[in-house]
Write a protein that binds this ligand. Structure first.
Ligand SMILES: Cc1cc2nc3c(=O)[nH]c(=O)nc-3n(C[C@H](O)[C@H](O)[C@H](O)COP(=O)(O)OP(=O)(O)OC[C@H]3O[C@@H](n4cnc5c(N)ncnc54)[C@H](O)[C@@H]3O)c2cc1C
Length: 442
């Protein structure tokens, strides 16, 4: 069996296969061929931050890490062993982390690491985990396999808020010109609020654009700050245009309006339409909470814009991470439209478990929807989703609790339910036991 990509997802998949006693060839193109962001030949190199984000069960990414530990994740084992002080976050010494992961995978007797760029998709059972910077030749091969329209090369991510956190005493539901019923949540701004907002966008701190990202500002995914820079009224003629909208509270058309569109099948999450941005996360929270109705908004994803190769998972992927119509090809990592180190490694773990099941002749599976991993995989593979963009783990993806709780209590109850359901699922599907051979990591 073949794994392509020795990043977080590929290493995790190799480890899971080795636990099941299954051998694999793991292809990693570095150092023979580099990427725009990686700087070493280490497996699992962290290309930017050294943080695996929040470590507590008060966040879904904290829960996801705990689920991974319980599923025997090597990425979590090495991350925990190379931890550096970072408050409530799990941050690592990046060099020790990549060294530890490389050594752990190199020590697996059943895994052969091949330092070579693959430019075609193998015909046999394969896990493709080549990440956001998949080499152009392999991207081409993937495009041919999936269809040209199902491979994307950049993110233009707009922020997402939980519907419960929108003040519906200010916002209202309607579509432009009354077409489409109450599909959108509309947040109205008067003239003064609009120009104050535009000034805040212009003055906010932004994330630096890397050279290799400059080419991605197509008109259709321009960041709002770039629009604001072109003139103070540009946003009012763009994503904040109020045409076709009448505020039922005063019977008038607002000066400008931010529209929120439903983002998940259950209607718990809404995205800010057209609000892709490179403002820093802290500035996004500050500036977007100036929008009437969003003063208390809970952001489950913040906006961004960067080079990222990922597939249109809702159209081409099953929750088992198998490609529809080509079930011996599994995809994992950032390529499937999850966002972040932890999420990428988690899908590698699932792909590894499912490849093992396929080789054993048993049906592949996906964890319960009530878990952080199950809900994330369900989100990215949810059929019929239009304008798909990558997603982080977040509690908004999990089905609601039977009990009406709020805040910290709600999150801890969701985590408790997730871990209980994960344990039941593990027992029911009888996963294989210990890593082979047993490793001392980091
Ligand atoms: C510039 C940048 C900054 C980022 N910053 C962060 C951050 O701060 N925090 C965060 O959580 N996430 C960040 N991400 C996202 C991050 O890349 C992913 O979260 C994570 O590394 C993806 O894991 P992966 O295993 O899918 O891919 P990767 O970790 O990128 O691993 C893929 C591997 O496949 C190899 N490869 C590619 N093509 C081929 C081929 N044809 N043949 C053989 N090998 C190949 C690559 O060399 C690479 O080693 C960032 C991404 C980018 C591009």
């Amino acid at each position: 069996m073949t794994i392509i990509g020795g990043g977080l997802a590929g290493c995790e998949a190799a480890w899971q296969l080795a636990r099941g006693g299954i051998g694999a060839d793991l292809y990693e193109m570095r150092p023979v061929r580099g990427t725009e962001a990686h700087q070493t030949d280490r497996l699992g190199e962290l290309v930017c931050s050294n943080s695996f984000r929040n470590a507590t069960l008060e966040t879904a990414v904290g829960l996801l890490k705990e689920e991974m530990r319980r599923l025997g994740s090597i990425v979590m084992q090495v991350a925990d062993a190379t931890r550096v002080p970072a408050g409530a976050c799990l941050a690592v010494d990046r060099l020790h982390f990549a060294d530890g992961l490389t050594r752990a995978v190199e020590a697996l007797a059943s895994v052969r690491i091949v330092r070579e760029e693959l430019t075609e998709l193998p015909l046999g059972l394969t896990i493709l985990a080549t990440g956001p910077l998949t080499s152009p030749a392999l991207s081409q091969a993937l495009q041919t396999a999936l269809g040209r329209t199902h491979l994307y090369f950049y993110d233009a991510i707009a922020p997402i808020v939980t519907v419960d956190s929108v003040d519906m005493g200010v916002a209202w539901k309607a579509s432009r010109y009354g077409k489409g019923g109450e599909d959108y949540i509309n947040c109205p701004l008067d003239r003064e609020q609009y120009y104050r907002f535009v000034a805040a966008v212009g003055g906010a701190e932004k994330v630096a654009t890397r050279d290799f990202e400059r080419c991605i500002y197509f008109e259709g995914c321009m960041p709002i700050e770039e629009m604001a820079r072109r003139g103070p009224d540009t946003l009012a003629f763009g994503p904040m245009r109020p045409v076709g909208l009448v505020n039922p509270r005063d019977g008038k058309r607002p000066y400008a309006c931010v529209q929120l569109r439903q983002d998940d099948a259950e209607g718990r999450l809404f995205n800010l339409v057209g609000f892709q941005t490179k403002m820093t996360y802290a500035e996004q929270r500050r500036v977007f909470r100036m929008i009437p109705g969003l003063e208390q908004a809970e952001f489950v994803r913040l906006g961004s814009l960067h080079r990222n190769t990922f597939i249109n998972s809702p159209a081409v992927l099953l929750p088992s991470l198998q490609v529809i119509g080509r079930k011996r090809l599994l995809l994992a990592g950032q390529l499937v439209g999850v966002e972040g180190y932890v999420e990428s490694a988690a899908t590698g773990l699932l792909a590894g478990l499912n490849a093992e099941r396929l080789l054993q002749g048993v049906a592949p599976l996906s964890p319960p929807r009530t878990t952080a991993l199950g809900s994330l995989v369900a989100y990215v593979t949810q059929r019929g989703k239009k304008g798909f963009q990558p997603m982080n783990a977040n509690y908004g993806l999990l089905p609601p609790l039977a009990r009406p709780l709020r805040g910290r209590d709600k999150k801890l109850a969701l985590a408790e339910r997730a871990l209980a359901d994960l344990a039941r699922w593990q027992t029911s599907v009888q996963f294989t036991g210990e890593p082979t051979p047993s490793q001392t990591v980091a």
